[in-house]
Write a protein that binds this ligand. Structure first.
Ligand code: C2O
Ligand code: CU
Ligand code: CU
Length: 569
């Protein structure tokens, strides 16, 4: 219905296109962040307003959180939407109880206060709700925002990082609205493109003024189902510099970038000498194969469930007006970026195979399953020993492509259908698109955060598939002999691993006890080797310079203390 109306609009509006300058969400710097998630509305279309969810001063989407590797993040989420929700920090490595999955709901009018140390590499991440069976509804109503992590390796490179000036955040969504202009969580006829929440097609154009120098774009595909095949007019070349969870080893020159829902990428566009010119960011969807949502519509006897005038055609997403250079412009692109070191394949001690399945081969709109079983909040699918290095093999036995996402870790893809994946997929990732009939393998390591109660999730990032049960969960188990669990004033303090090698993690499960703890580590002679005031849930001590032997840990609070032995080897 909406498609027909939109097509009508295009015909009427050929000469009167509404131009909107790319909205740039404000940034929030740490260590304290407050996110007020509230109900709002936007006049996306003539007639009825669209009901939305948003954070802070926005009517749709939310601010960009700036995290610094090694710094604390102390976040307060206030739930003002009048419904239960959760907020998940997609791609961020943090304790399960702060991950914001379906097991940690925030009740209406309640607040939630995750506190953690940022351990991730510089890249572009995001946040969105994750309540079971309501993720699609809440996310497509607008409850999402970006996270930019900064770190010293990225900071040392000559890269554009003037936010909104030569470094552009781009949250790109394609959605379906019903005849009363409300976002449809299960909409598979998505045709309304939004760029940072601004309408970008069918009579609307979003433009960005980009200086005639090297410009960076941080692109998130926040759509419910559609994959984009990004490129620029005239097949202009660009360089991919980062994948989901970090910089690539070196920039990758290309003319196309395929991003599935949940995936992020950072690219550099060379606009030197182009002042005054106009180009477009496009999706070359005609080049996507049938079966990837966004590619040509698959004909079905019963009528295609996934149909949209955008399927299988090339379309504009954003106009780029090249404007004069800024002061001290970045005009060259570094030839190398970082040094990712994937875990050696031989270091994995298990391969888990996850088949994507459906009730029959003909199913195109779900439900879809992992290994033939639907999600169950009460079932832990895998118990993973902490520090395990694992290979996960994903085999898509269905008719459509699925973007697989895993929490807690970044992984390294090393195999796509028996071949080495393209260089832009060899960096750190947390989402991988697995087209129909394909199989991929990645290797990852489950480090730092064990929790026997709160699981981490893995799921399809097509939000309707996820809500419909294409999800599973794992807990990371601390090997009990390797964890010291100290109980003091109703809090449990886990110190692991023991024996420690190069690092020691301290994780406090405070259960309402938010006062600081004092942590002391003594060597066998009673000399203090480490002293710390623990005010957050997790902390990591570098033990690589400590001599091998026996140490003693003391944790104290309010004149009470508790001791335990630690071995460093
Ligand atoms: Cu972006 Cu489990 O999600
Ligand atoms: Cu996630
Ligand atoms: Cu799926």
């Amino acid at each position: 219905m909406k498609n027909l109306i939109n097509i009508g609009l295009v015909l009427l509006c050929v000469s009167a296109t509404a131009q909107t300058q790319l909205p740039i969400p404000d940034t929030l710097a740490g260590p304290n962040y407050t996110l007020n998630m509230h109900k709002d509305s936007v006049q996306f279309f003539a007639g009825n307003i669209s009901h939305t969810y948003a954070f802070n001063q926005y009517k749709y989407l939310g601010p960009t959180l700036i995290f610094s590797k090694g710094a604390n993040a102390n976040i307060t989420v206030n739930n003002q939407i009048g419904d239960t929700t959760t907020v998940h920090w997609h791609g961020i490595h943090l304790p399960a109880k702060w991950d914001g999955g379906p097991h940690t709901p925030i009740m209406p009018s309640a607040s939630w206060n995750p506190t953690f140390t940022v351990m991730d590499n510089a890249a572009t991440y995001w946040y969105h709700p994750h309540l079971h069976m309501k993720t699609a509804e809440q996310a497509i109503k607008g409850a999402a925002g970006l996270i930019i992590v900064r770190d010293p390796i990225e900071a040392a490179l000559t890269l554009p990082r003037k936010y909104g000036i030569d470094d552009f955040p781009l949250v790109i969504q394609c959605q379906q609205y019903d005849s009363s202009n409300q976002a449809m969580p299960l909409g598979m006829q998505d045709s309304t493109i939004l760029v940072n929440g601004a309408r970008a097609n069918y009579g609307y154009t979003v433009y960005a003024n980009c200086p005639a120098q090297i410009v960076r774009m941080r692109i998130l595909n926040a759509s419910g189902e559609r994959s984009f095949n990004f490129g620029f007019t005239a097949n202009k070349q660009f360089k991919i510099i980062a994948s989901d969870g970090g910089l690539l080893n070196a920039p990758v020159s290309t003319t196309r970038l395929r991003l599935a829902p949940g995936e992020r990428s950072e690219i550099l566009l060379d606009l030197n000498g182009m002042n005054g010119q106009t180009i477009y960011l496009m999706s070359y969807a005609s080049e996507l194969p049938m079966g990837i949502q966004g590619g040509p519509t698959m004909p079905m006897p019963s009528g295609p469930p996934m149909d949209s005038p955008l399927n299988g055609v090339d379309f504009n997403i954003m106009q780029i007006n090249v404007v004069p250079q800024t002061a001290s412009p970045v005009t060259t692109i570094p030839s190398t970026l970082t040094n990712n070191t994937p875990y050696p394949i031989g270091s994995a001690n298990i391969t888990r195979t996850i088949r994507f399945t459906a009730d029959s081969m003909m199913v195109m709109d779900g439900p879809f399953y992992f290994n033939d079983s639907t999600f169950n909040m009460m079932r832990i699918d895998y118990e993973i020993p902490i520090n395990n290095v694992e290979i996960w093999k994903l085999v898509n036995e269905t008719m459509v492509a699925h973007p697989f996402h895993i929490h807690d870790v970044q992984f390294y893809l090393f195999d796509r259908n028996g071949s080495i994946p393209p260089p832009e997929e060899q960096g750190r990732k947390d989402v991988v698109l697995v087209p129909q009939g394909d199989s991929v393998m990645f290797i990852t390591k489950f480090e730092d955060f064990a929790d026997t109660i709160v699981p981490f999730m893995y799921h399809c990032h097509i939000l309707m598939h996820e809500d419909d049960g294409m999800m599973g969960q794992f807990i990371v188990k601390s090997n009990l002999t390797s964890v010291n669990e100290l109980n003091l004033n109703n809090a449990s303090i886990n110190v692991y691993p023991n024996p420690a090698h190069d690092k020691l993690n301290v994780f406090i499960n405070s259960e309402g006890n938010y006062e600081p703890f004092d942590l002391l580590v003594f060597d066998a002679l009673g000399k203090i080797v480490h002293k710390e005031n623990l005010i957050q849930s997790n902390s990591q001590i570098n033990t690589s310079g400590w001599s091998k032997g026996i140490y003693f840990i003391e944790v104290s609070q309010n004149n009470k203390s508790i001791h335990s032995k630690l071995i460093v080897e």
